[in-house]
Design a protein around this ligand. Structure first.
Ligand code: PLP
Length: 419
């Protein structure tokens, strides 16, 4: 057996809330002008009540609404796969498993939260959602989810990606979304997730029929993603494993990493590892501080590792990992020593991605390839110490719409950034 699936009825019926399990309580987000702790009323212009509640709750489990499960069942539960070919090629005794989130309609983990957010907004009578997107994965996920609940979707897309990566724009438009390049008022600026968040928040704050949806970073987003880790737990036991020794995932804003790893936080012996690009080394080289989520300073101040809200990362191929900040939950776990972080230059990442494609067949999203790099290094290190490790990683998306990145690597034209 190298692949474990669960029946459609076995999607977990509740999300796992890590808040009560943190080594120290989360610091609250602060109002951008007054610097007072935010209350639910401050968030009401942007988010539905259920989501605001989830952002702040200490309840250990939160029920997944039936309407959300009905949509998730289009592709969930997702398979757990053992990468036996990779194990053999590396000559390792480590057992390497990955959770395959690439089979969702949008090709990544992002629809797990997009569907929940679209549902709660539609239930509150909201007609239109705005958001930002980098390479387009989140915008595509939200456009898909909005189509399921009959909402309009307005996506502000980082200009560099808008110009260089038309396919996800076409995907968003196919699902009925509208897409514009950001920053809207500076046509020569390449844009960043920070500028696009500013555009999307400004739009939503100005209209009563419109809310804003964020694809990562916030507590409720990581909460919605925990189905990944909860399913993986069940599947690992079907595979005859008790617990993984190490859980590895790429980290941009922290949602796929949180989704896979947060359910393992209470298991003290399980190592948790975040992998980030050396060109945007938030967790490995940033500082822990309150900072804005966007460039313009409209969003609340969040307690997180940050490179500074005016940091514009270079245009690397893993667009989803180009963010100056990080999830407060992930940041707190790293600060408190419960999670580790490593950073890799993109040349090493694509070397691993191509090796994985030739052995395992799957062409990974550049973001997922960061995890693959770290997994290979972890397996090789385990071999040196003679450990029989169980490694679990998140195959959080496929790379079939990122082939220009593979092309650049194969042509020897991928610049290696400096850290
Ligand atoms: C968006 C995205 C990421 C980065 O976002 P996180 O919130 O850190 O998960 C990583 N991988 C894929 C495939 C993505 O689409």
């Amino acid at each position: 057996m190298t692949r474990w699936t669960l029946p459609p009825g076995d999607i977990p019926s509740a999300w796992f809330n890590v808040a009560p399990h943190l080594p120290s309580p989360l610091q609250p987000p602060l109002h951008p002008a007054t610097r007072d702790p935010l209350g639910p009323d401050d968030l009401a212009p942007l988010f539905p009540a259920a989501v605001i509640e989830q952002e702040m709750t200490q309840a250990p489990w939160i029920d997944v609404p039936g309407e959300v499960l009905d949509v998730l069942r289009l592709w969930r539960p997702t398979p757990l796969v053992r990468a036996t070919g990779l194990e053999q090629a590396l000559g390792t005794r480590a057992r390497i498993y990955f959770k395959d989130e690439s089979g969702s309609p949008a090709g990544s983990h992002k629809p797990n939260t997009a569907v929940a957010q679209a549902f709660y907004n539609a239930r509150e009578g909201i007609r239109r959602l705005t958001t930002e997107t980098g390479a387009g994965q989140w915008g595509a996920a939200l456009a898909f989810a909005c189509a399921q609940f009959d909402l309009k979707c307005m996506v502000y897309m980082v200009r560099a990606s808008f110009e260089q990566k038309p396919y996800r724009r076409i995907l968003m438009e196919t699902w009925g979304g509208s897409v514009v390049p950001s920053p809207v008022d500076q046509p020569d600026h390449p844009g960043s997730l920070g500028t696009a968040i500013s555009d999307a928040v400004r739009d939503a704050a100005g209209r009563d029929d419109t809310h804003y949806a964020l694809g990562s970073v916030l507590n409720h987003v990581l909460l919605h993603q925990t189905l990944i880790g909860l399913e993986a737990r069940q599947q690992l036991s079907l595979a005859g494993e008790t617990l993984p020794d190490v859980v590895i995932a790429p980290c941009g804003g922290g949602s796929n990493l949180g989704g896979l790893s947060l359910p393992f936080v209470p298991d003290a012996g399980v190592r948790l590892v975040a992998v980030e690009p050396l060109s945007c080394p938030t967790l490995t080289q940033g500082r822990f501080d309150y900072d804005f989520g966007d460039t313009a300073g409209y969003t609340p101040l969040l307690p997180m590792y940050t490179l500074g809200h005016d940091f514009v990362p270079p245009s690397i191929h893993a667009g989803g990992l180009r963010y100056h900040g990080d999830s407060p939950l992930i940041s707190a776990l790293v600060r408190d020593g419960r999670m580790e972080a490593v950073a890799y230059p993109q040349g090493k990442v694509f070397e691993a991605a191509v090796q994985f494609a030739r052995i395992e067949g799957r062409v990974a999203a550049p973001e997922a390839a960061h995890a693959i790099r770290a997994v290979i290094d972890e397996a090789l290190a385990a071999e040196e110490t003679g450990d029989e490790k169980v490694i679990l990683f998140n195959y959080c998306g496929h790379g079939l719409l990122d082939l220009s990145a593979y092309d650049a690597y194969l042509q020897g034209q991928l610049p290696d950034e400096r850290g």
